[in-house]
Design a protein around this ligand. Structure first.
Ligand code: FE2
Length: 570
């Protein structure tokens, strides 16, 4: 029996997981517990939580695996301090942080120009992590793995495929920004990599920041806004920055995203934000699709697995889907940097013991609460509540048909950024006003951003055009909706008729399936609008108390905590 603690600890999206004998027992994003969106640094609370969930004692951990080979010392220190203070990282508004960023950039170029500084960097951060782990009584050997290999491991080792292409792309990790690998004979073999001046993450994030959204968080807004733009010279300007040459992406980008965003702000100042968004989205789509086509042509492999933050872009993923040569594709659901805790641990087990490669069907790896715990919490509040045995059926047929907003907090929390029916806000998708209701209350975000539909598996083909029969359980791929979808669920259909869909199977989440199914029996539509259970700018709720606060002060009408239905006191 081998127990591995996986860790992701860098500038953002820290996380921890426990994998025993190749099975993921628990995984959690640090941001959920600290409630600081995208929080980075050492994931102390996530480690404690995965150990509490699994009951694994510190002495039972055989190895610790980290999803970065090297980590930049000043950035690590800064993140750790910020986490201690529980404050938001918002460097652009703070002069001290501006100075810090400049020092970091200087240090970054120095540390890469000198072997000695690289060694100092590595040994000091390695010592720091060992000290941090020792405070938790964890003394197991620590191994750092290359960041993109960890991304690739999440995709390959959970794909369920014996042979596939694996493509990774992100902002930057261990000096690399994208890779192409072949997974065959149980071996992951990298055949190409691209460096920091061809960073797709920095390219897209640079435009995102240049048009007024936040790098590392606002990319979804850029992606949505792109659908409202048109071709202008902005496209010609941006496409000069990236070229695909065989299996490599070559670029002319500055190593630091902030310098890129300053440059793009100047270059794009005469264009509308939607046209700049259109341009950056199109260049990203063309770059990735060309890389995928070249990789298929070179290797003859038509099944492709993806990981890395770039593949949160569901419109790019739709373009990949449309490539005729792609027979099958799999996008790891936690494809951002929190996923490399799982990647590092899987890689470690793969190298030592071998992993039985099974397709990931669900990511309910997080914290859960029993009905007894919920009752105890509720009994100390003023809320009106009742226990309902068949809660899914009741909420689907009796509650959601009233066009109300329901907070749905049941079972183990999802790992990664998507709410998949464990920490979700649900509403009927049949009226566009329901979308506006969410936007004007709990989710104060731009109206152009779409909401996602969760669809009953048995009816999926009525609503989604998916001729390649790709598995779609994780909301990571946009596909075209059918005319039935457009007519029946306008609140979850994007302007171009695309939908970022979750196919909900009964055997994966029985109660969530029951809500959709019973809503369908009442309304004739087996679809629900499903958005993450958080206020704009906040991390997804982690505790029942946080959910109750959103019921009291947010726009929710009802809240489900396990089998308890709680009404908002009027
Ligand atoms: Fe990454």
């Amino acid at each position: 029996m081998t127990v591995v603690l996986g860790i992701s600890e860098a500038s953002s999206d820290s996380s921890a997981c426990i994998i025993r004998d190749g099975i993921i027992l628990a995984a959690i994003d640090e941001e959920r517990i600290r409630r600081i969106k995208h929080c980075g640094g050492f994931p102390e609370l996530a480690i404690k939580e995965v150990m509490r969930i699994t009951g694994i004692k510190p002495a039972e951990i055989d190895r610790v695996s980290i999803g970065y080979k090297e980590i930049l010392l000043p950035l690590y220190l800064k993140q750790s301090i910020l986490n201690q203070r529980s404050v938001k990282l918002n460097p652009i508004n703070n002069w001290k942080d501006k100075v810090g960023i400049q020092m970091f950039e200087k240090y970054y170029s120095w540390s890469h120009s000198s072997k000695f500084l690289k060694w100092v960097n590595y040994t000091s951060t390695q010592n720091m992590i060992k000290r941090s782990l020792s405070k938790l009584n964890i003394f197991a050997p620590v191994t750092r793995y290359d960041h993109h290999t960890c991304h690739a491991a999440t995709a390959a080792l959970t794909s369920g495929w014996e042979r596939c292409l694996v493509i990774t792309a992100d902002g930057r990790g261990d000096g690399i920004t994208s890779t192409v690998s072949i997974f065959e004979n149980n071996e992951l073999k990298k055949i190409s990599e691209s460096t920091v001046n061809a960073s797709l993450g920095n390219f897209y994030g640079g435009v995102t920041e240049a048009i007024g959204f936040r790098y590392g968080d606002g990319e979804g807004k850029t992606e949505a806004l792109a659908a409202f733009g048109k071709e202008t010279k902005a496209y010609e300007i941006l496409k000069e920055f990236l070229k695909v040459d065989g299996l490599k992406i070559k670029g002319k980008l500055d190593p630091h995203y902030r310098n890129i965003s300053i440059l793009f702000k100047e270059l794009l100042k005469d264009f509308k934000n939607e046209d700049s968004s259109y341009a950056v989205q199109r260049v990203l789509d063309e770059t990735i699709t060309k890389l995928v086509k070249n990789a298929i042509k070179e290797t003859g492999i038509n099944k492709v697995a993806f990981a890395g933050g770039i593949f949160y872009n569901v419109k790019t993923n739709q373009q990949i889907y449309e490539i005729p040569e792609v027979n099958d594709l799999y996008i790891y659901p936690a494809s951002g940097d929190s996923g490399v805790s799982i990647g590092a641990a899987l890689l470690d087990i793969h190298l030592h013991n071998g992993v039985s490669n099974k397709r990931t069907e669900q990511v309910y790896y997080g914290t859960s609460y029993s009905n007894e715990q919920i009752k105890s919490i509720l009994s100390k509040t003023e809320f009106t509540y009742e226990y309902i045995d068949d809660i899914g059926a009741h909420v689907g047929s009796e509650i959601l048909s009233k066009d109300v907003m329901v907070g749905w907090f049941r079972g183990r929390m999802e790992f990664g950024p998507r709410a998949l029916g464990a920490r979700s806000i649900l509403v009927s998708p049949k009226k566009l006003e329901n979308k506006k209701k969410i936007l004007s209350t709990i989710k104060k975000r731009p109206e152009f951003q779409p909401f996602c539909p969760s669809i009953k598996h048995e009816s999926i083909n009525d609503y989604v055009i998916n001729p390649k029969k790709i598995e779609i359980p994780f909301m990571v791929l946009a596909l075209e909706g059918t005319s039935k979808m457009v007519e029946e669920a306008p609140a979850t259909t994007f302007i171009d008729k695309s939908i970022r869909v979750q196919d909900v199977k009964e055997e994966i989440n029985h109660e969530f399936h029951s809500v959709i199914s019973n809503f369908g029996k009442m309304s004739g539509t087996d679809v629900l609008l499903n958005t993450s259970f958080n206020k704009s700018g906040h991390a997804i709720v982690h505790t029942p108390e946080q959910a109750l606060t959103d019921l009291k002060y947010g726009g929710l009408d009802y809240l489900v905590l396990e089998n308890y239905l709680i009404s908002k006191n009027k």
